[in-house]
Design a protein around this ligand. Structure first.
Ligand code: AHR
Length: 656
């Protein structure tokens, strides 16, 4: 026993020695920084999910749109659908709710075909700005049908170009008076950017239709209920360390009834609860928590879900709608149930398959855990007594049951001000691990605030800069963001996570600009800000060195130059980032003494161009990174071109 104990003590001393030796192995000008620093923020805003990343090609597939979703356009159950009775057919169509596929999905269409005519009677859907199909590509079609007539009814499904050309079709016959899912694979014979999908009965009879769905089989990683491959790939190419989802303001919602409740978004798609999107459209919840977790895993990013802090958005009904309710807290008699919902989320992500919620994850096809480490509670909430009381209850319960989870609190929508001050005070009182700061400012603000985090208390909560952008997609905006990102790296011991926001914007459907990636049905158009994010996230380090890079820029342009030096201890690479946001080139001096033996053959990647230009879908290549080989040495000078970001990546031969 005594022997065992002394062995344990020796082992403990050895481990402590190794850990402290590792720390002390760092030179005096080095510190460890967050290995998760640069990730992404995903919110269903600007059609980022439905009509965007989510691969569903049918709009309003479950007839659940309501006028409440988009009052000015009077959305309703038949939005994006058209009743078709070509070739002397006639009948009636109605939207009903008496016997739905599932109680969560109340609306469906009833077709009563009195005369089928030459082409049948039914419905056609125009997708999101038209359905994009490619010749030879296979599409998975499905629909729920309930036959009311006694006789089976033959049905035809067609993909049709605007000129009426049929480019793919399938047929089936109804089989039962109960709801039944019918499926078919349709191969498109043409490439067309704007087809419609029609589903018609080709004989007399009465039936109900719901959840009409069409997906390309070529979703990202070929997942069922998957993601649009090109958009998902552009996100994957950022190599983000984490993905924050599902928002943004979408999280706390427009009124208590509109909060994003994760349990509504899992399970078979016909059982998910659809609802109004706070950004004035509709959420199908087809891209739900399972799909978010799976996407994170597919691209090697850690999930960072954000749940409401049991309060609705303080702007509820105000900024967005007339007769606002403002911030409301869930009634106290609902709080325990709500807290359990959050604990269940952790079980859904990480619990064993023998647990209630782990079993649901396994049933969805993922028995292994999703390794949730981070959980955000609240988004930009007003720091009121109503908020604080609820946040603390959630915080205490999650900490007690899951001390392994890093909780992220919230400090309002601005880089200073009342909510910011109160939020920080409250977070520090509770010793919240990380708090989520948000700010959208002019590029000059970013250049003027490069020292913001230099003075943050290293013993207080760490920072997640969860939303930031410099209000523009011009190259100068991107440079200001790049300069700021060097300051995030320099302060990577206190800034743990950072994500630009918002991520996606569908052209013609944006509620917020600027965004990182614009897209249409056929195009994915990375902005120049995207390339800055990509250059930082693909060149992250976990140790940061100060006093390695200096520049001779004069005082009046002092904020125009910013730099950082990090090392990736896995690869042993030293990575230098130099930003010159000024109009003249500057000579930077680099001194790598003490950083190990340098391999002379290095690479430099430069992003430079006219500061007033931007990348658009029409001109996507205005400013793009260019990589070439670079001759490195222990000490060298580098001429940073006017308006440029340069990444110099150097291998060290002294290893990691
Ligand atoms: O990123 C767009 C919005 O900005 C987010 O929904 C919100 O959190 C912030 O105000």
């Amino acid at each position: 026993m005594v022997r065992k104990l002394s062995l344990l003590v020796v082992a403990f001393v050895c481990i402590a020695f190794i850990v402290s030796a590792q720390q002390s192995a760092l030179p005096a000008n080095a510190k460890r920084i967050s290995p998760d620093l640069f990730g992404i923020f995903f919110e269903d805003i600007n059609y980022a999910a439905d009509g965007g990343l989510y691969g569903e090609l049918i709009q309003n597939r479950s007839f659940e749109y309501t006028p409440n979703d988009n009052q000015s356009n009077n959305w309703n159950s038949l939005t994006s659908w058209r009743y078709i009775t070509k070739g002397y057919g006639y009948g009636t169509i109605s939207v009903e709710t008496t016997l739905p596929v599932h109680a969560n999905n109340p609306h469906y269409v009833v077709l009563n075909v009195e005369e089928e005519g030459q082409e049948g009677v039914g419905l056609t859907n125009s997708g999101f700005d038209g359905i994009v199909v490619r010749a030879g590509e296979k599409y998975d079609f499905s629909v729920f049908v309930r036959q009311f007539s006694d006789k089976p009814i033959p049905m035809q499904v067609k993909l049709k170009s605007k000129n009426g050309t049929v480019c793919g079709e399938a047929a089936f016959t109804t089989e039962t008076k109960d709801w039944k899912k019918y499926t078919a694979t349709i191969t498109s014979t043409l490439s067309d950017d704007s087809v419609s999908l029609s589903i018609v009965a080709t004989d007399k009879g009465k039936l109900a239709l719901d959840v009409v769905s069409l997906f390309s089989q070529q979703t990202f990683k070929n997942r069922t209920n998957g993601l649009r491959a090109d958009l998902a790939q552009s996100i994957a190419d950022l190599k983000p360390k984490f993905i924050r989802f599902p928002g943004g303001c979408l999280v706390h919602g427009d009124g208590l009834g509109n909060m994003y409740r994760w349990k509504n978004t899992i399970g078979p798609i016909e059982q998910r609860v659809e609802q109004r999107n706070i950004w004035n459209y509709h959420q199908s919840a087809g891209l739900g928590y399972f799909e978010y977790f799976q996407f994170c895993e597919d691209i090697g990013a850690k999930p960072l879900p954000v749940v409401p802090a049991a309060v609705s958005c303080q702007n509820s009904g105000g900024t967005w709608r007339i007769g606002g309710t403002g911030q409301r807290g869930l009634p106290m008699n609902e709080i325990q149930e709500y807290i359990q919902e959050i604990l269940d989320l952790i079980e859904y992500a990480n619990g064993p398959i023998t647990s209630t919620w782990g079993a649901k994850r396994a049933a969805a096809g993922h028995p292994k855990p999703f390794n949730l480490e981070y959980l955000g509670v609240g988004n930009e909430d007003k720091i009121t007594p109503v908020f604080m009381e609820r946040f603390k209850m959630i915080y205490d319960a999650v900490r007690a049951k899951h001390p392994e989870i890093t909780l992220v609190g919230t400090v309002g929508p601005a880089p200073q001000g009342e909510d910011f001050e109160q939020g920080w005070k409250f977070a520090n009182q509770l010793a919240v691990a990380v708090v989520d700061e948000h700010y959208y400012e002019k590029p000059e603000w970013f250049l003027d605030n490069l020292k913001r985090y230099d003075t943050y208390d290293r013993k207080a909560s760490q920072v997640y800069l969860g939303e930031y952008a410099s209000r523009g997609n011009k190259f100068f905006n991107a440079l200001a963001e790049a300069a700021y990102m060097t300051s995030l790296e320099r302060n990577g011991d206190v800034v743990k996570l950072a994500s630009y926001a918002p991520l996606l914007g569908r052209k013609g459907h944006t509620q917020w600009n600027p965004n990182l990636i614009y897209f249409t049905g056929t195009q994915v158009c990375p902005t120049v800000n995207y390339y800055v994010q990509q250059l930082f996230s693909t060149n992250q380090g976990d140790v940061q060195f100060s006093n390695v890079i200096s520049s001779s820029l004069s005082d009046d342009t002092k904020n125009a130059f910013a730099a950082s030096c990090v090392k990736n201890t896995k690869t042993g690479d030293i990575i230098l980032k130099l930003v010159n946001a000024g109009s003249t080139s500057t000579q930077a001096r680099v001194n790598l003494s003490g950083l190990g033996s340098i391999n002379r053959v290095a690479t430099s990647t430069v992003l430079t161009g006219d500061p007033t230009t931007e990348n658009t879908c029409d001109n996507p290549q205005n400013v793009v990174p260019k990589t070439s080989s670079f001759n490195a040495s222990k000490s060298f000078t580098y001429d940073a071109p006017a308006y440029s970001l340069t990444i110099i990546r150097i291998k060290t031969t002294s290893g990691k």
